[in-house]
Design a protein around this ligand. Structure first.
Ligand code: 5RP
Length: 271
């Protein structure tokens, strides 16, 4: 791997632990003002110190993240569709490599929609990004199974998606956790991170999801709603970090969550 690509990969996946906590903030690119991400700056700022990487669009990056923050950025560069349009999977590439380089990104991310009528178009978009990523030393995150495709959330379908992304040259792949998840990770030669999906019922559910994914071969999370839709987003991201980077078990992470939550509540009461 060339130096620039390796250097950027190290900005995404921490070389000391081989793991990553990516904070997903890109939902607005097809969902508009998602609950608790209505004012992105307010959501992002308190969480920035605890994310290895933030994943978002150039519009939210430029408007809502200070350049001095030193955040590592994976830029969402696919889109062009919306939740109310006719076909969520009919995505194109929205952002040039020139602009991604201007934004000093650590990587770029694009969704693929395997099994839909736009499978070929979205896979070729990924391949084209990889061509350019190789040229400029920028890793490409392939994102599988969004929208209606989520209904097919099993190891067979997700292995197919992840393996195809890896074969096309994606440097890192984001998918969903499922039963027999080790089948997905062992058959994919590129590192895998998991999305969290819609907000789970309890914090313990989030910790178990994270722990199980890491145990079964994921290198981390690229998580959004289960962090910033929680009433205590800083406490939950810090507990997730402890699982990902320090090998905490779900119960230990939950204890840490409660401690941080209580510290933060006391600090807010005395402020
Ligand atoms: C949407 C995305 C999101 O970044 C992804 O779904 C992660 O967020 P969440 O944990 O909220 O599911 O790629 O296309």
């Amino acid at each position: 791997m060339d130096w620039g690509l390796a250097n950027r990969m190290a900005r995404i996946i921490n070389p000391k632990t081989g793991k990553t906590v990516m904070l997903a903030l890109d939902h607005g690119y097809f969902l508009g003002p998602t609950h608790r991400l209505e004012e992105p700056r307010k959501t992002i700022e308190p969480l920035l110190p605890y994310a290895d990487t933030i994943m978002l669009t150039r519009g939210v990056l430029r408007s809502s993240v200070d350049p001095e923050s030193c955040a590592n950025v994976v830029l969402r560069v696919s889109g062009g569709v919306s939740i109310v349009g006719p076909a969520l999977e009919d995505e194109g590439i929205t952002t040039s490599f020139k602009d991604a380089i201007r934004l000093n990104v650590a990587g770029v991310g694009i969704s693929v929609f395997v099994g839909t009528s736009h499978e070929r178009q979205t896979l070729l978009n990924l391949a084209e990004l990889v061509n350019q990523g190789q040229e400029y030393g920028i890793p490409v995150l392939g994102i599988t199974a969004v929208g209606k495709e989520l209904e097919k959330r099993d190891a067979r379908y997700l292995s197919l998606c992840c393996r195809i992304c890896a074969e096309l040259g994606a440097h890192i792949i984001k998918t969903y956790y499922c039963e027999d998840f080790e089948k997905v990770t062992t058959s994919c030669p590129a590192p895998i991170v998991i999305a969290g999906g819609p907000k789970l019922e309890t914090e313990m559910d989030v910790f178990e999801l994270t722990y199980n994914a890491i145990q079964r071969g994921a290198v981390g999370v690229d998580m959004g709603r289960n962090i910033w839709q929680n009433d205590h987003p800083v406490a939950i991201i810090r507990a997730i970090r402890a699982i990902v980077h320090e090998g905490f078990k779900p119960k230990q992470a939950h204890k840490l969550f409660l401690e941080i939550k209580s510290e933060n509540q006391k600090a807010a009461a005395t402020a």
